[in-house]
Design a protein around this ligand. Structure first.
Ligand code: G
Ligand code: G
Ligand code: MN
Ligand code: NA
Length: 249
């Protein structure tokens, strides 16, 4: 309850902030995008998003918080466009996506920031298709109409079947970090299969949770084009991002 009250005033008292983690081209090491990851400072501690995002969803605050994230991320990205072409990748929860105000909010964020729509990627999880498939597809169509890109996050961990994913236009598949973590214990087969699916669907592939040079070398050999993980950088506030010069994707 205490935490819920805190979250209620988190936007106005500026205790929410975004960190960014680079997504790197396996070819040349440039940053092609930065994933925005939300952080909340509550009574001098950082509450993990795995705790406060569900809380925000239960209380309906996710609308307001999600809208803040979208606007902040678009403004930050439009500022780094001055020296770097990298896109920004924003996580969107299912409740947020399905809300009637979402598309309107998206338009506002693009308009006020001046960010080119193709520099914005929205990350959704495949488990979103479990219920409400029709409404999810409608929203994704509206997003795509605006030229904004869609990534499937945590691929392979959700409950969707491949048949649910067909006919959906998405641009990027993100291989979940659990498969990278056990790449030597069966993960490799899943990664190979995912790369095949991505090429059939004509979309890009990002591997998450790349922690060692060995992981990176293996993934590169398998044909993964984009890499993300602690090897390159932890999520950090934008002031602390190393000055990668992105080509953009
Ligand atoms: O950032 P990690 O550092 O702890 O993120 C944990 C989880 O929280 C991830 O699944 C991530 O997708 C989710 N998350 C982080 N930031 C956001 C956000 O802005 N919105 C939503 N909906 N989820 C987020
Ligand atoms: O679900 P999503 O993919 O949005 O979550 C991203 C989460 O993964 C964040 O919590 C982020 O801090 C974390 N993360 C990013 N890179 C690494 C990594 O190399 N190793 C581990 N263990 N976690 C990572
Ligand atoms: Mn993500
Ligand atoms: Na993920």
């Amino acid at each position: 309850q205490d935490m819920r009250d805190g979250l209620q005033s988190a936007i106005s008292n500026k205790s929410l902030f975004l960190c960014y983690q680079p997504i790197i081209s396996a070819k040349n090491g440039n940053a092609v995008a930065f994933e925005a990851l939300l952080r909340w400072r509550f009574s001098d501690k950082l509450v993990p998003p795995t705790v406060f995002i569900p809380l925000a969803e239960q209380s309906g605050l996710i609308k307001e918080i999600g809208s803040w994230v979208l606007h902040r991320a678009c403004i930050d990205a439009s500022q780094w466009q001055d020296h770097c072409d990298a896109s920004v990748s924003v996580n969107v929860s299912v409740m947020q996506l399905l809300d009637d105000t979402f598309i309107n909010d998206l338009d506002k964020a693009l308009l006020t920031s001046g960010l080119a729509p193709d520099k914005l990627h929205l990350e959704i999880t495949e488990s979103m298709f479990a219920d409400n498939k029709k409404k999810v597809v409608e929203q994704l169509d509206a997003i795509k109409q605006r030229g904004v890109e869609v990534s499937i996050d945590d691929f392979g961990t959700g409950y969707s079947s491949l048949s649910q994913l067909q006919n959906l236009s998405f641009d990027t598949i993100k291989i979940d970090r659990t498969f990278v973590a056990n790449i030597k214990q069966g993960g490799e087969a899943i990664i190979r299969a995912t790369i095949f699916i991505a090429s059939e669907f004509g979309c890009r592939i990002v591997a998450e949770g790349v922690e060692t040079e060995e992981d990176a070398a293996l993934l590169r050999e398998l044909g993964v084009e984009y890499l993300q993980g602690y090897l390159y950088s932890k999520p950090v506030e934008k002031e602390f991002l190393p000055p990668w010069f992105g080509d953009g994707i």
